[in-house]
Design a protein around this ligand. Structure first.
Ligand SMILES: Cc1cc2nc3c(=O)[nH]c(=O)nc-3n(C[C@H](O)[C@H](O)[C@H](O)COP(=O)(O)O)c2cc1C
Ligand code: SF4
Length: 483
């Protein structure tokens, strides 16, 4: 992953842990109620893909155990990982694009209810994404995949050459010369792998996204309701379809791109259809970005406008993230696919312990506060969840007291220690295993390997009943808390 050039190393700052009485009188551990959203405490485990589903996107024992372990900590809410809404192969990513997924999803719900004694609300993040291809072998690309266009022929100025001669010649060129002959997208497909964009309206399936996505999202949301979830989180963040509609890079000319008013149209349309089709008590919120964190991407003005529109439309919560884009991602190796969390915007999404003067702890709090204030200024009370490097009680409580957000999200800290919530509430903060923000977990994620935490994945491996990765080297859930 990209790291800031300053490379200042940060350690988590635990601060002073509260006593039981202090925790009891804190905002963090008091119930939250606003509109349809009611939580036992103002804590939230945001979505994290742990790559534990089958190749067909089915729930496995490992998926169940992963959520069971989070639920044992009894946070206010857990959001189940990004789950694909289409019934198409997507590797070991969880899917909700067909009724056959219902039994597995129901099992997650039952397990979380039991493990949290009914104290934790459970949402599922539903996602759409466009196609990306692995970076091709150069010769294969030039001899097979590349479309030899008139522009290429003109640039080569060899009118008598056959297509085969052109391909053979291109194979002899180095990158400095190829970049002069191929157009931007062709060169990108060669050096990074082909990636669809929402602006590729020459493809019918992309042109028609405004017509197809509302049905796909609402069918997925209805399944989530059938499975027993408390609600859905529409994935409008990071590198995926809906965030790409919201991004300033969306220049579609069909009324769904260009101005911020046009870019928010499809996300609102999707929300409206989902809201209309699920029951009135079922929650519908979204995850969105405070900032794209890429050149030419959306900024706080855009996202404040989007969030206010979502709030006006009646969303039940807005969970904030930042960055995580394809545009600045690291160039993949041949045979690998580009991964959106490897560039600067990826760093902003999951900041690691080597950082700049701002450090990795709470980089999204101030931008999130702007969005929170924009929603409140329009007279709406829509709950806002913030996240990013939050790990101490003081930091979390401070955000709530300073009215920077309503709910505190802890992703990696909850993975490092799923009992963070119970330990602190019970006056045992000194027993918390603090996340070191090394991004070891993120490294596994980027290779689509089963995600675990380095603080616990090699401990007590021979304990009876411990589930392990296929190679037997890592345990797949945190060991139980021994008080
Ligand atoms: C392994 C891993 C997987 C993630 N998967 C998702 C995801 O499916 N959806 C999402 O919105 N964010 C995802 N994230 C981002 C987190 O939800 C969170 O926004 C980010 O890690 C910053 O919060 P933190 O500092 O508390 O970890 C993932 C993060 C990690 C580390
Ligand atoms: S591996 Fe564990 S300690 Fe390291 S960043 Fe991930 S959750 Fe934190």
């Amino acid at each position: 992953m990209w790291k800031p050039i300053e490379r200042i190393k940060y350690k988590p700052i635990p601060g002073k842990w509260p006593t039981v009485q202090e925790a009891e009188s804190s905002l963090l551990f008091t119930p939250f109620q606003q509109g349809r959203l009611s939580l036992n405490q103002r804590t939230w485990v945001p979505a994290m893909v742990p790559w534990r589903a089958t190749e067909e996107g089915e729930v496995t024992k490992d998926v169940i155990e992963w959520y069971q372990r989070f639920a044992q900590g009894k946070p206010g809410a857990i959001v189940v990982e990004a789950t694909g809404i289409r019934d198409v192969p997507s590797g070991p990513l969880l899917r909700i694009g067909h009724d056959r997924y219902l039994p597995g999803l129901k099992k997650i719900v039952e397990t979380v209810r039991a493990a949290s004694d009914g104290e934790t609300k459970l949402f599922i993040q539903i996602i759409d994404f466009l196609s990306i291809k692995r970076r091709p072998d150069k010769d294969k690309f030039l001899t097979r995949f590349l479309k030899v266009t008139d522009e290429i022929k003109e640039k080569l100025a060899q009118p008598d050459w056959s297509e085969d001669q052109i391909r053979a010649h291109l194979c002899t060129l180095d990158d400095d010369n190829l970049v002069k002959v191929l157009d931007e997208r062709q060169y990108e497909s060669l050096t990074r792998g082909f990636r669809e964009r929402v602006t590729d309206t020459e493809y019918a399936h992309i042109n028609e996204l405004p017509q197809t996505l509302p049905d796909l999202f609402s069918a997925a949301a209805m399944r989530a309701e059938q499975a027993g979830f408390d609600g859905v989180e529409l994935h409008y963040a990071h590198a995926y379809t809906m965030a790409s509609f919201l991004s300033r890079l969306n220049t579609r000319t069909d009324g769904y791109g260009g101005s911020a008013q046009n870019r928010v149209k499809l996300p609102l349309k999707v929300f409206q259809q989902v809201r209309n089709e699920v029951s009135k008590d079922f929650l519908v919120g979204c995850r969105m970005l405070t900032e794209d964190c890429i050149d030419g991407g959306s900024e706080l003005d855009d996202s404040s406008f989007f969030a206010t529109e979502f709030a006006k439309a009646g969303m039940d919560f807005i969970s904030l993230s930042r960055g995580g884009k394809f545009e600045d991602a690291k160039v993949p190796k041949v045979g690998q696919a580009i991964y959106p969390y490897t560039g600067k915007s990826g760093y902003e999404c999951m900041p690691g312990h080597f950082s700049d003067k701002f450090g990795p702890f709470g980089r999204n709090i101030a931008p999130g506060e702007k969005i929170f204030s924009a929603i409140r200024s329009s007279g709406l009370g829509t709950p806002v969840v913030t996240a990013g490097g939050i790990h101490s009680f003081d930091q979390a409580e401070g955000i709530l007291r300073n009215e920077q957000a309503d709910i505190i999200g802890l992703a990696r800290q909850a993975m490092a220690d799923p009992d963070w919530f119970r330990k602190i509430k019970g006056g045992h903060g000194n027993q918390v295993n603090l996340c070191e923000y090394t991004n070891y977990c993120e490294g596994l994620d980027s290779k689509h390997k089963v995600v675990t935490c380095q603080l616990w994945d090699r401990t007590e491996l021979d304990q009876k009943g411990v589930s392990k990765t296929a190679d037997g080297k890592r345990r797949t859930t945190a060991p139980p808390w021994k008080k």
